[in-house]
Design a protein around this ligand. Structure first.
Ligand SMILES: [Cu+2]
Length: 521
């Protein structure tokens, strides 16, 4: 990507600095954050994505082997309107990939789930029918057992559905000036400055987290913003880290959109928690200020289990850290100077319309098949007999059931849904097309971001109470801590050959088997 090449050139000129990533990070602090390159397909242009291997120099030191779409890391921001989106994804890697359109309402065969493998050298040539309200979505690989390492290495990008009405809504629209798309990830680097993915058991259990924040694949940058209202489209594309976000100054965030589209009016928030897979769009008023920073508190899952027994994961960011500093640049045009009173998003109204109710438990620390408690250790208990039993200590942890990447073998039984690890060959249930269903989703041991393919859903309740304000719009991923009740209408069909997935979006959990699949028809 051009942006990155420029950054690399600048780093090269600073070669007097020894190969010390942290030193270079300080040097980079004044460099401006770059947006992902935009691939504008609103006019119906064919979207061409080539997944290929490359090398990326993130923080000085050596370049890292990475993978990306049309570049060495991540991919373009693809912007589309309603109508047909002719798309071809070419796999130039030496391993199978898929391209899952996270949040796109399309039938199962176009969804890019684990059954839609694109083999090395193959092209996936499709036409995506875009028919949903404007929203910030994303795309990423979804190969069962390989999603975590592939996404970590860069196989993800942003997909935005737009309708050209944002100026009329009074929203910022100038990409990279007052309308910023921010892909937030955390990564680890080795001593030489190379991207490292070396999950140990605490990483697999908590979800892999790193000590360095990347925004749009860049480290230590500052976003230049005008002295006015700025729109931030946030995507948490991290493998495992949950970010409780706020501004260092306490500045209000005005939530305008959740995963699947606009709210009916902005909602002022002091803080916003973004779990892996989730998106949120906020307006922030930078007028009358010079600097501020988007900051995060500690991952709430960190150390929640087995702290004494297994130690912390390789996460040293601490209790409050910068995600992205902002510097107001008075030369930039601020087109919007007030937060709009209303938006035209359609709010969910599925409560009370649900027919079938399903209970879905997101399980971890399970016993072997037929083990106690129907296959999982006792729910929210932590140190029951099951923990020390065959499931974790005997087989999953010590039994060598990890492949060369350290990912739990998909056939191990550390993780599951309703007591069973994911099985590509097993259909978990069938939903009649057009039905509204109520799902009661419970989380075991940690908070798990629950994602359902092919639908947008309404959060009816969280932990027995009303949903938090950030979860009152249309969602496709929701952080389940204890219990979430949701309702969805299943309009898109999905066959036995390409069923829809439901899964935890902590990618190490997903790869480990915290996933199920269902048909709609
Ligand atoms: Cu999980």
């Amino acid at each position: 990507m051009h942006n990155r090449r420029t950054a690399i050139q600048m780093l090269t000129t600073a070669a007097a600095v020894p190969l010390m990533p942290r030193g270079l990070r300080a040097q980079q602090a004044q460099q401006a954050l770059q947006m992902l390159p935009m691939l504008d397909a609103t006019g119906g242009a064919r979207v061409e994505l080539a997944a290929s291997a490359g090398r990326t120099r993130f923080a000085g030191g050596e370049a890292s082997p990475t993978i990306g779409h049309n570049g060495s890391y991540l991919g373009p921001l693809v912007r589309v309107g309603r109508g047909e989106m002719p798309t071809v994804v070419e796999n130039r890697l030496d391993e199978p990939i898929t391209t899952h359109w996270h949040g796109l309402m399309v039938r199962g065969e176009l969804d890019g789930g684990p059954h839609s493998l694109i083999q090395p050298g193959e092209r996936w040539d499709i036409v995506l029918p875009i028919d949903q309200p404007p929203a910030t979505l994303w795309y990423h690989s979804h190969v069962h057992g390989r999603t975590a390492p592939q996404v970590y290495s860069g196989l993800a990008g942003v997909l935005q559905v737009v309708d050209g009405e944002d100026e009329a809504r009074g929203l910022p629209t100038s990409y990279g000036t007052d309308d910023l798309t921010l892909v937030i990830q955390d990564r680890r680097f080795d001593e030489a400055g190379r991207l490292a993915y070396d999950p140990g058991m605490p990483d697999i259990m908590h979800g892999f987290s790193g000590d360095t924040i990347l925004v749009n694949g860049q480290i230590g940058r500052t976003a230049a913003v005008p002295s006015g209202v700025v729109r931030l489209r946030l995507l948490n594309a991290s493998n495992g880290r949950i970010y409780p976000l706020s501004f260092a100054s306490g500045r209000e965030m005005h939530l305008i959109a959740t995963d699947a589209g606009y709210l009916d009016a902005p909602v002022a928030l002091d803080a916003l928690t973004l779990a892996p897979g989730e998106r949120a769009e906020i307006l922030v008023d930078f007028s009358g200020t010079e600097r501020d920073a988007l900051v995060s508190e500690e991952n709430p899952n960190e150390g929640r289990m087995m702290r004494g027994m297994m130690g912390r994961s390789g996460n040293t960011l601490g209790n409050r850290f910068d995600v992205l500093p902002f510097a107001v640049d008075a030369r930039l045009a601020a087109r919007i100077d007030r937060i709009p009173d209303t938006l035209d998003g359609s709010m969910p109204d599925l409560a009370g319309r649900a027919g079938t109710t399903r209970e879905i438990s997101l399980d971890m620390g399970m016993m072997g098949p037929g083990g106690m408690g129907g296959g999982m250790m006792g729910g929210r208990g932590m140190m029951g007999d099951g923990m020390m039993g065959r499931g974790m200590m005997g087989r999953g942890m010590m039994g060598g059931e990890r492949d060369q990447d350290g990912i739990p073998d998909p056939d191990s039984d550390l993780f599951g849904v309703n007591g069973q690890p994911f099985d590509m060959q097993r259909l978990d249930f069938q939903v009649p097309q057009g039905d509204v269903e109520r799902w009661i989703v419970t989380a075991s041991m940690l908070a798990h971001p629950f994602h359902v393919h092919g639908v947008a859903f309404q959060v009816l309740s969280e932990a027995g109470g009303p949903p938090r304000p950030q979860n009152r719009g249309w969602k496709d991923t929701v952080l389940v801590n204890d219990q979430v009740e949701l309702a969805a209408r299943f309009d898109q069909p999905a066959s036995r050959e390409t069923p829809f997935m439901l899964h935890c979006h902590i990618l190490e959990h997903e790869d480990g088997g915290m996933m199920g699949q269902f048909t709609v028809g």
